[in-house]
Design a protein around this ligand. Structure first.
Ligand code: GRF
Length: 213
């Protein structure tokens, strides 16, 4: 049974997709041990509590410095013997000590087709604003492992989504969530639960995929 910690900072729609996936049997052999928010009062915490999932708030603002914050986050993750850390709308930079101890065991959902529209400053609506400003016809979402960079870790899954000329950032964000994020994040968790992912030379190989035969 894969023990998961989901890290959130906001609305928690990706958390909801994971909880629904587990409840409806689309994700098997995995369990959310805890939801950790970087700030209090966010709706993601309500979503977790409604499913009786343990929640905690570990906010950088509550600690004297990044060192103490990092240690508090790492000790909670280790205390619960977490196997996989899922960043679902988490807006805090992951401490290096966590990346080091959980190499290729932290995954993130990013609302674009990396390497496009990613990196420092590209999060939430800003991503979709940049997509519309550039006028690309296809965007999408990416699940990737978290490394020391910003949105630079090995790519696990991606899904493309059409961009329409009359899209607003909000409409496009919703489509990317519905048609991509909420599908590929649960799929990536299932692949981890089934131990089907290997990383070689910073690239992901999924057993059972055509390329890996
Ligand atoms: C989404 O756009 C997601 O792609 C990004 O954070 C935003 C909010 O996600 N990672 P959620 O609704 O809090 O899951």
């Amino acid at each position: 049974m894969l023990r998961i910690a989901v890290l959130v900072s906001g609305g928690g729609t990706n958390l909801q997709a994971i909880m629904d996936g587990i409840e409806q049997g689309r994700i098997t052999n995995a369990r959310i041990e805890t939801v950790i928010s970087s700030k209090g009062g966010v709706y993601a915490l309500e979503r977790a509590r409604s499913r009786k999932i343990k929640t905690s708030v570990i906010s950088p603002d509550d600690y004297d410095g990044r060192e103490e914050f990092s240690r508090a986050l790492l000790s909670e993750i280790k205390r619960l013997r977490v196997d996989l850390i899922v960043l679902a709308g988490y807006l805090v930079i992951i401490p290096e000590i966590l990346i080091h101890d959980y190499r290729n065991k932290i995954i993130n959902i990013h609302p674009s087709l990396i390497p496009a529209f990613c990196g420092p400053g590209y999060y939430g609506l800003r991503v979709h604003e940049a997509v519309l400003k550039k006028g690309v016809k296809i965007t999408g979402a990416t699940v990737h492992f978290v490394d020391e960079g910003t949105d630079t870790g090995p790519i696990i899954l991606q899904k493309a989504v059409k961009v329409y000329e009359d899209d607003t950032p909000e409409v496009l964000q919703r489509r990317v969530m519905e048609e991509a994020e909420w599908l590929i994040l649960p799929q990536a968790i299932q692949l981890m639960a089934d131990n089907k992912i290997q990383v070689k030379n910073n690239k992901v190989y999924i057993s059972g995929n055509r390329e890996s035969n």
